[in-house]
Write a protein that binds this ligand. Structure first.
Ligand code: NAD
Length: 232
């Protein structure tokens, strides 16, 4: 697969390392220093790539993606913390000839965890003696809190039991790659569902799998559609 990478930070480097081990061809890497206003996202620079992976910063991701939509590129984006502009970006991809697959989390394990959480939450519906909470922890450089995945987890629990409001807590410290926990606590017992990432490799692997799947597609797609079939 011929890929272009926009963003050369921790995730960009994890993707590069994994792509090299899979014999994917890295056509170009566009760094923040050269692309402050999106000026490097041109057909000249990107034409040789079959798919673009975008892992940058919430303040620039919409700008990057709107430019990539104009170029008609298939794009996998994992940048978090800008969900309020996602509808505008998705509309640009829908109107053009490109393709977008954005996910706040490219770990397969996290998506199975979210499905399991929805089943657990449905089981606790109507049992107020059990109080739920979400705890998530990430490294100190992560900008958004709660994480996009914690928000998804919160939405899954609320969807299963709309009457409940509950705490969602975030820790930003050290080098933690990512931990999410959903707990139900009562006077007599505690039940927890936990996901821990030991590194960035699962996110890089999921992003490259999504890139492979997106080649040749048009429009807006969800990672869940790729993992679980078109019905999501
Ligand atoms: P990072 O801070 O290590 O790297 C971000 C990089 O983006 C920096 O190198 C910066 O120079 C670059 N950048 C900034 N503006 C740019 C621009 N206009 N063009 C090109 N590059 C630009 O962050 P990270 O840990 O690599 O994470 C990046 C994003 O991915 C964050 O939003 C993070 O939350 C998210 N993330 C998503 C997943 C997932 O599975 N979806 C997993 C981990 C991290």
């Amino acid at each position: 697969m011929r890929i272009a990478l926009v963003g050369n930070g921790r995730m960009g480097q994890a993707i590069q390392a994994l792509a090299a081990s899979r014999d994917d061809e890295l056509v170009t890497v566009i760094s923040g220093e050269e692309n402050r206003s999106g000026e490097m996202l041109t057909a000249d620079r990107l034409d040789a790539a079959e798919v673009v992976l975008e892992f940058t910063h919430p303040t620039v991701a919409p700008m990057n993606l709107l430019r990539l939509a104009q170029l008609g590129m298939p794009v996998v984006s994992g940048t978090t913390g800008w969900s309020e502009r996602l509808p505008e970006v998705e509309a640009a991809f829908t109107a053009g000839t490109g393709a977008l697959l954005h996910s706040a989390n490219f770990s397969v394990g996290v998506h199975l965890f979210l499905r399991a959480a929805a089943v657990v939450a449905a089981g606790f519906k109507g049992r107020p003696e059990y109080e739920e909470f979400i705890l998530e922890a990430h490294h100190k450089h992560k900008l958004d809190a709660p994480s996009g995945t914690a928000l998804r987890l919160q939405a899954a629990v609320r969807h299963a039991d709309r009457d409940r409001d509950f705490p969602v807590s975030s820790i930003r410290a050290g080098a933690i790659a990512g931990m999410h926990r959903l707990s139900y606590d009562s006077a007599g017992e505690s039940i927890s569902l936990n996901h821990t990432a030991r590194g960035r490799e699962p996110f890089a692997a999921g992003a490259l799998a999504a890139a492979d799947w997106l080649r040749g597609r048009r429009g807006v797609h969800r990672f869940e559609a790729m993992l679980f079939g078109e019905e999501g």
